[in-house]
Design a protein around this ligand. Structure first.
Ligand SMILES: [Fe+2]
Length: 356
């Protein structure tokens, strides 16, 4: 059984990944062909002709339509067939799925569920994207041979940074600091402060801290697949209050998790910072440290995935820091169950038909 929640917005691509060409993307196990229409907006269609199943991405664009490369069936951006060569009637079943798209802040979002439920007001956003006091920078699209649930769990888990990222995002000072977890509306929030301790590598390289700092990590995970990590540091002598994080060097690391298949996930990451706004060199330093850290996550998550696929004699144990991931798994399971129940209600046909 698939583990994908369909009625949700997912990141399909950075805006820079979509152009006039027909390009195939795999999202929630489905093949999608995307391209920019003549008005610049993005079209997304099921990448499979309903006739002989050739991917439409192997056909060609004709204006704002796509012509199948096998027999020339042609589809418009709503998925309707507009031409079947050799006949004048267009069969009703000659259509492909068309997916709602919302493009914002250089990010292309896609809705893979019931199109009638796609509300663009629910696309993830935050005011810092357009606030002149903040600098937005797009990072990479990191491919991981891992199920998306493990990737998401890693992003509501401040405890791993002490061990996985000792040169960048963590250090020994935080090893034994307990993690707090609560739900905050749509988000699951896991956080902790490490007061009056040596700065982590990231804030030695970026932020210029020498002496001891107060450091925070707030991990917000929005079901199903968006993570915002608010982290930063301020001089320990300032003793800033928990709600005064803008007084320090503050960074939002955003992770948009796209399930490709059950064992392949893309993590598109970017960051928004409140300092060194016009400093491209600082940006390069940050990118380099993030790439180091996320390569460490990739190594961990891919090794975990390999073990998960092997037969096991017992279930993994859980410890105190797993509260965020446990809440996340429960929310995903509840959504999957809801969608399964709704599907049954919409299509109550029996699973088999008796013939005598
Ligand atoms: Fe990590």
């Amino acid at each position: 059984m698939t583990s994908f929640v369909r009625n949700a917005w997912y990141v399909a691509a950075w805006s820079t990944e979509v152009d006039d060409e027909l390009r195939r993307f795999t999202i929630l196990g489905d093949h999608v062909v995307m391209f920019r229409k003549s008005d610049g907006s993005v079209a997304a269609l099921e990448d499979r002709c309903p006739h002989r199943l050739l991917p439409l991405s192997k056909g060609k664009r004709i204006g704002d339509t796509v012509q199948c490369g096998y027999h020339g069936l042609t589809f418009d951006c709503s998925g309707q067939c507009v031409r079947v060569p050799g006949q004048t009637n267009l069969p009703k079943s000659a259509y492909v799925e068309a997916y709602p798209i919302e493009e914002r802040h250089g990010i292309v979002w896609i809705w893979m569920g019931d199109p009638d439920r796609a509300e663009t007001s629910n696309v993830f956003d935050m005011p810092e994207f357009t606030d002149p006091g903040w600098k937005v920078h797009h990072g990479d699209a990191l491919h991981l041979k891992s199920n998306y649930l493990n990737v998401a769990e890693n992003l509501v888990d401040p405890a791993h940074v002490s061990f996985v990222h000792p040169t960048t995002l963590g250090n020994a000072a935080s090893e034994n600091v307990p993690v707090h977890v609560k739900t905050d509306g749509e988000a699951i929030l896991a956080w902790r402060w490490i007061r009056d301790a040596e700065p982590i590598g990231f804030f030695k390289g970026f932020g210029g801290f020498d002496g001891n700092v107060d450091r925070w990590h707030y991990y917000y995970l929005y079901t199903p697949c968006t993570a915002v990590i608010d982290f930063g540091s301020a001089p320990a002598e300032d003793a800033i209050a928990e709600d005064d994080r803008n007084k320090g060097v503050r960074i939002f690391a955003l992770h948009f998790i796209t399930p490709v298949t059950e064992t392949h996930t893309i993590d598109r990451w970017m960051h928004i910072r409140n300092t060194a706004l016009d400093d491209p060199e600082a940006e390069e330093v940050m990118d380099k440290m993030f790439r180091t850290a996320f390569a460490e996550d990739k190594a961990i998550l891919e090794a975990v995935q390999e073990e998960e696929l092997r037969p096991a004699k017992r279930r993994p144990i859980r410890i105190a820091i797993d509260k965020g991931p446990l809440v996340y798994r429960k929310r995903i399971n509840d959504l999957l169950e809801l969608e399964r129940t709704e599907d049954l209600a919409a299509d109550p046909s029996p699973a088999f038909v008796y013939h005598d």
